[in-house]
Design a protein around this ligand. Sequence first.
Ligand code: DUC
Ligand code: ZN
Ligand code: ZN
Length: 470
Amino acid sequence: MITFDTIIRGGTVVTDTETLQCDVGISGGKVAELGENLSDAREVVDAAGKLVMPGGIDSHVHLAQPSAPGIVMADDFASGTRAAAFGGNTMVLPFALQQKGESLRQVVKDYHAKADGKCYVDVSFHLIIADATERVLGQELPALVEDGYTSFKVFMTYEGLALSDLEMLNVMSVARETGALVMVHAENYDAIRFLTDRLERAGNTAPKFHAASRPIPVEREATHRAISLAEIVDVPIMIVHVSNRAAMEEIARAQARGLKIYGETCPQYLVLTEKDLGGLNMEGAKYVCSPPPRDEPSQQACWEGLQQGIFSLFSSDHCPFRYDDPHGKLHPKGRTSFRWVPNGIPGIETRLPILFSEGVGKGRISLNEFVALTSTNHAKTYGLYPQKGAIAAGSDADIAIWDPEREVTISQKLMHGGCDYTPYEGLSVKGWPVSTILRGKFVVRDGALVGAPGAGSYVSRAKSPLAAPR
Ligand code: DUC
Ligand code: ZN
Ligand code: ZN
């Protein structure tokens, strides 16, 4: 009998805690053994000179999500998960977005229909709660948490999505009762409306004014309020896509007080700035996302947040809209004011190389921290560990093989998703994922797609060990 299906031989295995020179033996889609000189396999993969790391888990992405009328998201589950695989990811967590009046259970069914048979990597859904009715909070949500939908996002801004403080408290209370984890988009809705109206009245409608419509205090105030509401309910929360020092310090202060407040940041807050929104004509629309990219001191703050563990997650917040498209950034209404430019940028394929190159390559974080921030902590935060986020006996064999020396200039022509631009065009990085293995099977092999849509499965999740104990 053959011992292993596959051996990955001669690479440097990196986990969140260890860096080892060893082989990885895989059987039945699981890691079977780590050891030196493993032998007896159907296939041996030469990984000499390469890094062998847990596949990336991107726990904040938007795929096939409805937006405003006439706007279409650039990625469905096929194109988005294909791009994820090329970017070294083996799992993504998109949102199932409830719109006002919709049954949450129906929304989840609809998202399964969109994803089933289409995915190149594994997926699991967070919920977005837009309609915090008694029925949703009293019946649907608790039942869905028990069914493995153990995290949900709430918005403090956006028409049709923003919850009042009372609604936030009620949602948080359900999270406390059910042991679910709440993710918070922290921006002050009224302040954004006030500033947007004022900018428009003054004729300041170009994309660059998007940043001026939601300055740092808008995010800082909402972050503080979200933390206070969570403290009142006594429930852990995750503040997503933190962009600047003031918001980060709110989180750090709460953590220092012993509160279970967690933080996430994203590539756009490390390598983009508000200046990118100032491109000629409508070019700046390519960088319209919320919160907006800030300035160099904010970038530095986000690095410190990652280094000091204030942020435990580094996600893409992939939310792609095509640029040269009337259903995307150049929607006719978007040309009249930044207010109507769809918020969000692509990043599912570039998240890992950017953090590897700017973080590990420039000595800001260690290789083990890289693995923690991009894979292991996501699995631990969202009830997937140790099935995911690890290279250890018994874990799913979800592995990315990296060439740490490969130099790449990021360019749209290298991307594999549905968008028509990358906000990171021209950024040079060193280190690139060359192969991605999902449960023991190659999805991408030496830069070529070999996986099939449908090889990725839906993964039901346990409750987060970070959430309120149940
Ligand atoms: N929030 C997100 O999380 N993604 C894109 C847009 C937004 O506001
Ligand atoms: Zn958000
Ligand atoms: Zn998002």
